[in-house]
Design a binder for this molecule. Structure first.
Ligand SMILES: *Cc1c(COP(=O)(O)O)cnc(C)c1O
Length: 433
């Protein structure tokens, strides 16, 4: 007779997780239950909003078919965009597989709005790395068609060093007659800063619009979707963009990006993405409608799994003496968790353990390499169903002091928990401290 499985089996023992570590995990989960409850409340709220939007759009099977060629009159695409607009509390949405990354979505929004002589003002310090070329910062992007080559200038205001929030007095001082667009990055990205809450973004938008009503506020919402009760467009942002291989694709979208916001600006972006005059009319979906729609349907759930997993990892590594940001119990506005190792070997072991817990490519060992565009080697652990998808669990970081690993994503709580336990056991051994 095969042994009958009972509830007291340690399911993580196949990876060598000790009973002592699992007991530590049980205790931490018990302690974290109020935090988990808070995250589950956000998840339920967003899940109901998405469901409601799908019903309001009268979604049906016929929308999943999709189009080829020019892609005119694509019913499913139109319904998906209506659903996005409703959930983001925005006038209009462009959700397209022709946008293949967050960087591209941001570039489309920047070039869609800005014209020669205009100024772009970033109010959250240096923007995400990949935008250096798009904007033309410090000589980057020369000859590549950067904003700078089109005569669009750039200025930035650093985050307030004390609070880590937007330095509003400095922002108001920096607004000029030529400032056409203000860029806000919600997530920490790969910088040692914190994510901004929706309340903080709303306050900044209000102050900027009170002073300069015509300034277009663009929020880089990458990694932020469904981590709070609202999105930036609900608190006044004119445009808000993100990638579908992050949060809103729910792990199912194989490609895509979105731009939501004021109707005239979204249409300006469509004219940039396709061609002036074509606007949002073309855009074949090539059979991907169902993945994009179902992905959006399950996105709040996936983000909830991810946030619970990251919360667990933060608590575990804090207990083992490492610095974590955000802390387990802190509010979150993105799906990134940093853990500071202060030691090269520990950081590498951490990333390698995350890889070893993945459903895909668990058998490979990531090593640091000289990735173009970085001033030091970078290590990247990812075993995802969609290449580069960071709604799926991954860990990476520049291999230099203070040896900070960025842990992000995770579609399934138990998998994030396993990854954290595996890393912890590799670094600290089988006996809980
Ligand atoms: C991921 C990300 C981007 C860029 O997205 P890609 O899809 O990698 O091009 C931009 N901003 C932030 C904050 C991001 O997290």
């Amino acid at each position: 007779m095969p042994e009958c499985k009972t509830h007291d089996q340690n399911p993580y023992r196949f990876w060598g997780i000790s009973d002592a570590r699992l007991e530590q995990a049980d205790r931490l989960e018990e302690q974290l239950s109020p935090v988990f409850a808070r995250l589950e409340a956000i998840r339920a709220w967003n899940q109901m909003r998405v469901l409601r939007a799908m019903q309001d759009a009268r979604l049906s099977d016929s929308g999943f078919a999709g189009t080829t060629g020019y892609g005119y009159d694509d019913r499913g695409r139109e319904q998906l965009e209506q659903i996005y607009a409703q959930v983001f509390e925005a006038e209009s949405a462009l959700v397209r597989t022709q946008i293949c990354s967050g960087t591209q979505a941001l570039a489309v929004a920047l070039f869609g709005v800005l014209r020669t002589g205009d100024q772009l003002l970033s109010i959250t310090g240096a923007p995400y790395d990949t935008l250096a070329h798009t904007i033309g910062l410090n000589g980057a992007g020369a000859g590549e068609g950067s904003l700078r080559e089109f005569g669009i200038t750039y200025d930035q205001v650093e985050l307030d060093p004390q609070s880590g929030g937007i330095d509003l007095p400095a922002v108001l001082e920096h607004l000029r007659a030529e400032t056409r667009m203000v860029l806000i990055q919600r997530s920490r990205g790969y910088a040692q800063r914190r994510a901004l809450s929706i309340a903080e973004i709303g306050e900044a938008v209000f102050q900027i619009h009170s002073r300069c009503p015509d300034v277009v506020v663009l929020v880089d919402n990458c990694y932020g979707e469904f981590t709070e009760y609202q999105e930036p467009t609900a608190v006044g942002a004119d445009l808000c963009v993100g990638s579908l291989i992050k949060n809103p694709g729910g792990g199912l979208a194989p490609v895509g990006g979105y731009i939501v916001g004021k109707q005239n600006w979204v249409e300006a972006c469509a004219n940039r993405l396709y061609a002036p005059g074509l606007g949002s009319h073309p855009g074949p979906t090539l059979g991907l409608n169902r993945s994009l729609i179902q992905g959006f349907y399950q996105a709040p759930h996936m983000v909830g799994e991810c946030l619970k997993g990251l919360t667990f990892a933060a608590a575990l590594f804090a207990e083992e003496g490492f610095q974590t940001a955000p802390k387990a119990e802190s509010p979150r506005s993105d799906i990134i968790q940093t853990i500071t190792f202060g030691d090269r070997e520990l950081m590498l072991q951490f990333c390698q353990s995350i890889q070893a817990a993945a459903p895909v490519d668990a058998f490979v060992t990531p090593e640091p390499w000289d990735m173009p565009g970085y001033d030091c080697p970078v290590i990247m652990a990812a075993g995802a169903f969609v290449q580069g998808a960071s709604i799926e669990l991954s860990a990476d970081g520049p291999v230099k002091p203070p040896y900070v690993a960025y842990l992000q994503g995770g579609l399934v709580y138990e998998n994030v928990k396993l990854a954290a336990l595996l890393a912890c056991q590799r670094i600290r051994g089988g006996r809980a401290s």
